[in-house]
Design a protein around this ligand. Sequence first.
Ligand SMILES: NC(=O)c1ccc[n+]([C@@H]2O[C@H](COP(=O)([O-])OP(=O)(O)OC[C@H]3O[C@@H](n4cnc5c(N)ncnc54)[C@H](OP(=O)(O)O)[C@@H]3O)[C@@H](O)[C@H]2O)c1
Length: 292
Amino acid sequence: MTDISKAGTFTLGSHTVNRMGYGAMQLAGPGVFGPPKDRATALAVLRAAVEAGVNHIDTSDFYGPHVTNEILREALHPYKADLTIVTKIGARRGADASWNPAFAPAELTQAVHDNLRNLGLDVLDVVNLRAMFGVHGPAEGSIEPSLTVLAELQRQGLVRHIGLSNVTPTQIAQGRGIAEIVCIQNNYNLAHREDDALLDDLAAAGIAYVPYFPLGGFTPLQSATLNDVAATLGATPMQVALAWLLQRSPNLLLIPGTSSLAHLQENLAAAELVLPPGALAALDGITNEAAQ
Ligand SMILES: NC(=O)c1ccc[n+]([C@@H]2O[C@H](COP(=O)([O-])OP(=O)(O)OC[C@H]3O[C@@H](n4cnc5c(N)ncnc54)[C@H](OP(=O)(O)O)[C@@H]3O)[C@@H](O)[C@H]2O)c1
């Protein structure tokens, strides 16, 4: 069995977690909407992840909606004491599976209570405010009104720690003036490196950076260079993509998503993969144009 502790640990909120974690979004149905095609495998994936030592799981009540949290609860409740579940608020799903902003105080409060109920918790470990002001990613705009609501829910004892998602450096600075921020979750991978400078700044500040779409998300990474490096190392391209992220910075925590037991084991094994300098140099040459 893979020793995922080889990828190291990082303190996230109240716990020190393995840097190799798991993202639960893929456990909902197609389009992150409705029930999964194979609920038994979804439960098995979660149990196998925790069995392998994963103690950082990313979720949200808007996956499904409710579905992913309900599966998490069925698979893992009562939760192990060292398990950190990170959820996120700030969106609401339409009946047509659309993603809609939900930043009104009542919506943010409802989202925290939905997460508590569906996860079966009295307090949430970490809640990310998912700003997503742009159509395709972060865009400037004040997060003060919504973060103030989340900070009040933290004061009430419903939330232990706060993170931010889909945010710009300006919004992170604004957020850190309102509440302690323990993690940032933005889109980042071998081919999308807009946050390179931000990642380094957060490392210096001791704040976790948790890239979503580490494997490319809905458009899996494709690159001849990635394939060549993987073939040379006897690894798969996805393992190399994850190992590159692990070697990128010690504050970077992985939450690759999968609905497949085989992919889960493949991804976890990346925790033991060390990329030699030549491979790192080749991978660093991949640009947005070369891979997608
Ligand atoms: N804050 C935000 O706005 C935001 C947005 C998106 C996601 N997230 C979080 O980030 C997590 C990770 O992102 P993600 O799941 O969207 O994308 P991802 O981890 O980059 O990629 C997941 C996709 O890759 C496939 N995959 C996984 N392992 C594979 C392997 N070894 N070989 C081939 N294909 C593989 C999965 O399909 P299979 O199921 O077939 O393996 C799925 O289609 C999510 O689970 C979610 O918790 C947050």
